[in-house]
Ligand binder design. Structure first.
Ligand code: FE2
Length: 302
């Protein structure tokens, strides 16, 4: 999808002389942020915070508060890490952009979350193909203050490292799981519209999907099931056709750690079996809301 754009961005930064270490980390180049970058952070932070009150999980909202992200400028990663480490042992590290899979898993397994350093432009507030600083930091890091969620991400890193080393085809399955949980997950919450709240980073960092995921009649909302998710393709170019809904971060910890590790001992069994379309509803699903499918594009699942 964004390979060409990502490559151009990396090239641009290479040319700009950022020193990238073997683990793809850099020192956050604070002096390179201009007034426009700070204004974009501030605008996005305010907009999403207002939008997410009552729609995002309480753990996300309190995490964002406690990390000091509301500073009206692009936060210092060091300052964020100083608040995050005492809570769960995690810290964030600056990277130029997307990093290779194995390197990414190694960071997670060691409680380091890679955060892209650069900010999107003002004309990209609503949509950006590749992750920028706002997506990575505002989207992913607040929940790393939650001990159970934080342990779940570390467990995913460990399971992914082992599975990837054994058989690179496991990547397809690992990507589906990450996509439908860490990026686009919902969790059950009594009293919320459709009985769900948001925890996925791809949703909380998007104005449109923050509304669509919890309020629209179009998508399916289906109870999370690990095997089902591992077999389900997804969309990278539109809002999701289906959201999988967890009961708790404890359930997520089980799935992202021991659950997926056991399944990926033999990825061929899953890869050779049926793969479901992004909008499919199956007989065995526990359906919370069945989508109308309004506005869905037919082709394009990955
Ligand atoms: Fe992400």
């Amino acid at each position: 999808m964004a390979a060409a754009a990502a490559t151009a961005k990396l090239q641009e930064q290479f040319d700009a002389g950022l020193q990238t270490r073997p683990d793809f980390t850099i020192d956050q180049p604070l002096a390179r942020y201009g007034a426009v970058d700070h204004a974009v952070w501030d605008q996005l932070y305010r907009r999403q915070s207002a939008l997410l009150a009552g729609r995002a999980s309480d753990a996300f909202l309190s995490g964002a508060q406690s990390l000091g992200l509301n500073v009206a400028h692009v936060p210092s990663f060091e300052a964020v890490s100083e608040r995050l480490m005492p809570a769960t042992g995690w810290r964030i590290v600056a990277v130029p952009g997307l990093v290779p899979d194995r390197i990414f898993f190694e960071h997670l397994a060691n409680r380091r979350f890679p955060v892209t350093w650069w900010m999107r432009r003002p004309d990209q507030l609503d949509y950006l193909q590749e992750p920028d600083c706002f997506h990575d930091l505002f989207g992913h890091v607040p929940l790393l203050t939650d001990p159970v969620f934080a342990d779940a991400i570390r467990a995913y890193g460990q399971a992914a490292l082992a599975a990837h080393a054994r058989d690179a085809r496991a990547l397809t399955l690992l990507a589906r799981l990450y996509w439908y949980t860490v990026e686009f997950g919902l969790m059950r919450e009594a009293g919320a519209p459709h009985g769900v709240k948001i925890y996925g980073a791809g949703i909380v960092s998007s104005k449109g999907e923050s509304l669509y995921s919890v309020e629209s009649e179009a998508p399916n909302r289906i109870a999370f099931d690990l095997d089902r998710v591992l077999r389900t393709r997804y969309r990278i170019d539109t809002f999701q056709k289906t959201y999988f809904v967890i009961e708790s971060f404890g359930q997520l910890f089980e799935a992202l750690g021991e659950g997926v590790a056991a399944r990926l001992a033999d990825p061929a069994a899953l890869l050779d079996g049926p793969a479901f379309g992004a909008g499919d509803v199956l007989a065995g699903d526990t359906v919370l809301t069945r989508g109308t499918g309004a506005g869905w594009l037919e082709d394009g699942d990955v």
